[in-house]
Design a binder for this molecule. Sequence first.
Ligand SMILES: Cc1cc2nc3c(=O)[nH]c(=O)nc-3n(C[C@H](O)[C@H](O)[C@H](O)COP(=O)(O)OP(=O)(O)OC[C@H]3O[C@@H](n4cnc5c(N)ncnc54)[C@H](O)[C@@H]3O)c2cc1C
Length: 380
Amino acid sequence: MTYLFETEEHAAIRQSARRFAQAHIAPHGADWEEAEGFPVELYATAAHAGITGIGYSEALGGQGGGLDHVIVACEELILAGRSVGTVVGLGTHGIALPPIVRFGTPEQQARFVTPCLTHGKISALAITEQGGGSDVASLATRAERDGDHYVVTGAKTFITSGTRADFVTCAVRTGGPGHGGVSLLVIERGTPGFSVAKQLKKTGWWASDTAELRFDGCRVPVANRIGPEHGAFPMIMLNFAGERLALAAQCVAIGELAYREAVAYAKERQAFGRPIVGFQVTRHKLADMASQLAAARALAGEAVTRVLRGETPAGLAAMAKNVATDACSAICDAAVQIHGGYGYMRETLVERLFRDARLYPIGGGTREIMNEVIGKAEGY
Ligand SMILES: Cc1cc2nc3c(=O)[nH]c(=O)nc-3n(C[C@H](O)[C@H](O)[C@H](O)COP(=O)(O)OP(=O)(O)OC[C@H]3O[C@@H](n4cnc5c(N)ncnc54)[C@H](O)[C@@H]3O)c2cc1C
């Protein structure tokens, strides 16, 4: 099934993303997941193939298009590449660059955005701190102004692509407490005082790296500040709104992959002298999975369509993320069950998808925070 908004243009993007994933991800994806990393060269390969630039204007070095093109490309990368960790690691520009595209100067865009899109420079988004991720307004990483530099001191955690990013789009406190004192700085690798403290081990998304970053008196030029001083909070919230829909679409893609695997296995696996799809209970399980998937796709598709029409459907986008998250978790769980003992084995794709799925009610705004957003949109 595809999204209702799709046209021939989306079909062409699906085809090129599928070809890329079949050639460059699928043959190695399972090994990269076990090795907890994919080769850094893949960023350049994806950029040169025009994959990284999907959704960015041609003026910036991209392929044009919008969120709708990004999510269909991502779905094909997941379906054909069969390595969620690789796809999310390769895709961190999708959360690191939009604030620079929206609020950066042309000079900042040329320095930071274009090299990612055309040459595979690596970017990451650094918001979360050990003291808290949901409560962004309480972040504590301090940036003190000193002439034409900021001196940054603090730490970030859970940063996807953080161990090898060429730069991080980083939220810092330049002013007083609360949401009015936050700014965004681009902090480049190699800046004295910026270091990777640790690569973190995690439940899923193994092929992507997740880092703890440290800033010890790190001097960052004022020229690297995105947008106005103390004015980053609304930029960060806008960025989360886009990320939410991208994550909902990733859930749809993972759910679709797990469902396909389950259907194929149910047709092939024999028990009591017949394929297990011959049992009504298996067919009903598959039917429930297909229904959950269709509902998640419909809601995510509607939210994306409204964004494309110029609306800002905050509540609907949060609903889409929660519905897609729940569908993905339930589908992956059922797919493991249909695979029986093999579903619990590391060699089986659905075992990995089951672990990958656990991230989505947490990352990019938790399930509980989504419900807060929905409550606010509904007026209670
Ligand atoms: C694999 C992975 C990759 C990530 N990548 C990035 C990245 O690239 N960049 C980045 O900046 N961050 C990243 N994150 C961080 C992620 O966005 C945060 O983990 C998430 O926002 C939650 O923050 P927290 O972990 O501090 O949990 P907390 O905010 O401490 O929440 C803990 C629990 O309390 C609940 N809670 C908190 N506040 C409320 C409330 N008001 N009402 C009800 N319940 C509440 C939460 O829902 C949760 O269940 C990543 C996380 C993971 C696991």
